[in-house]
Design a protein around this ligand. Structure first.
Ligand SMILES: [Zn+2]
Length: 423
């Protein structure tokens, strides 16, 4: 069907002016809205003739479901984040965050600037309901009315986006954190407008550590600095939450250094895997085996991937560069993960560096001796491992930052065991 026909059909069904409907339809399609969705949205805008009660239901947050199309509700604004997105090559600023009443909270996206402020109580007339990550989310747009209420709604949630790193989840928006910059490096990426510089690294506070990206590099963010960052949003990066600092974020240096926890939270392997990924975690278990691809390996000089028989998956036959790596299977009785030790940690358990491993292999005329030697040293021993856990289709991998033999006093372990049982 042509646009003309869609407009005709809609206009007559809705009893609206055809040219007006056509213009609206064209506008929506120019934003790449699928035609069915565009028509649905216009049916709502002009009021569907088949629905005599075009009144929008007023609901409390816990009553809103993904099967609602439009609702009205009185809520307290918990947070207001700002983000720029691309729509057909144009930059468009949207506002997002959370709203709450006494029954619960809900995420929202405002496609226009309603001047929302955290803490204020508003009545939203005609918000669209959209499903986002299997939960309802409110969309505030052209047909939405916002009315400021004089009486402040009291809600069982904290107003404002202050959070600790451990509380953050992908999808959180309008978040403020007070953190120490633990690692920070400048990277050049191919962005929307050609090559741009960004900052990336690691942030820490008392609750934990997370990676971050600053898309508009700021002088306040440098290694060792303690900062308050307002209006960030959280995205998933390699299975863990990542703090995104955007053009709308503000960064302020803090006079007092932010305390950073020296240890990572300890999990059982099963619980760690159940989280879907943890940026900084401690596991304790027995190394039960060493996997293929351990010991003396070769990497593609172009992409760093491990080569098989001199072949890179992306670059074909290459002259590989020697490296050391260990992939150890750690088992704590609740599950297993593959712990990956880099060159440095592998050298520690092997008891020799890359050059020593090369000599060893040359003398034995077999590269496998290095992996065999590593296996004989670690298999059957219990280790405390700290690192970053990612889960993908191939399993759970823990990129280790520290790897040490477990030598806790039996008494401490008994106490820990009891504490776990009591939980
Ligand atoms: Zn390659």
């Amino acid at each position: 069907m042509e646009l003309e026909d869609h407009a005709e059909e809609l206009a007559s069904a809705l009893g609206a002016d055809k040219e007006e409907v056509k213009a609206d339809l064209e506008n929506l399609l120019s934003y790449s809205v699928p035609v069915d969705e565009a028509k649905e949205s216009l049916r709502r805008k002009y009021g569907d003739g088949t629905d005599s009660s075009s009144e929008i239901a007023t609901k409390q947050i816990d009553e809103i479901t993904t099967s609602d199309s439009n609702v009205s509700t009185t809520v307290r604004v918990l947070s207001v984040g700002q983000r720029s997105i691309q729509y057909n090559g144009d930059n468009h600023v949207i506002f997002e965050g959370e709203l709450a009443d006494e029954t619960g909270k809900i995420s929202y996206t405002a496609w226009e600037d309603f001047g929302l402020e955290a803490g204020e109580t508003i009545t939203i007339g005609n918000a669209g309901v959209r499903e986002w990550e299997e939960k309802p989310e409110l969309n505030l747009g052209e047909s939405t009315d916002i009315e400021r209420e004089e009486t402040t709604l009291s809600v069982p949630f904290e107003v404002g986006g202050d959070a600790t790193l451990a509380e953050l989840e992908p999808g959180d928006r309008g978040i403020n954190v007070e953190v120490r910059v633990l690692e920070c490096e400048t990277k050049t990426i191919n962005g929307r407008d050609g090559e741009t510089e960004i900052l990336s690294g690691e942030l820490g506070d008392e609750s934990g550590r997370l990676p971050f990206t600053d898309w508009e590099p700021r002088a306040e963010i440098e290694e060792g600095a303690s900062v308050r960052i307002e209006n960030t949003f959280i995205r998933e990066f390699r299975g863990v939450p990542s703090v995104n600092v955007s053009e709308f974020s503000s960064v302020e240096r803090l006079d007092q250094p932010v305390e950073v926890s020296a240890t990572a939270p300890r999990y059982s392997v099963r619980d760690a895997i159940a989280t879907g990924g943890l940026y900084d975690v401690e596991l304790v278990g027995n190394v039960v085996a060493i996997r293929d691809g351990s010991g003396l390996i070769e990497r593609c000089p172009e992409c760093g991937r491990v080569t098989q028989n001199g072949q890179c998956r992306s670059h074909g036959e290459v002259d590989g560069e020697d490296d050391l790596r260990t992939k150890a299977i750690l088992d704590d009785g609740t599950g297993t993960v593959t712990v990956i030790l880099d060159e440095e940690l592998t050298a520690e358990v092997y008891g020799g560096d890359l050059a020593a491993a090369m000599d060893h292999a040359r003398d034995a005329m077999d590269r496998e001796v290095v992996a065999e030697d590593i296996a004989s040293k670690v298999v059957g021993h219990e280790y405390v491992v700290r690192g970053s856990l990612t889960i993908d289709d191939y399993g759970a991998n823990l990129e280790a930052s520290t790897f040490g033999e477990h030598d806790e006093e039996p008494a401490t372990r008994a106490e820990q065991f009891l504490a776990e049982v009591e939980q």
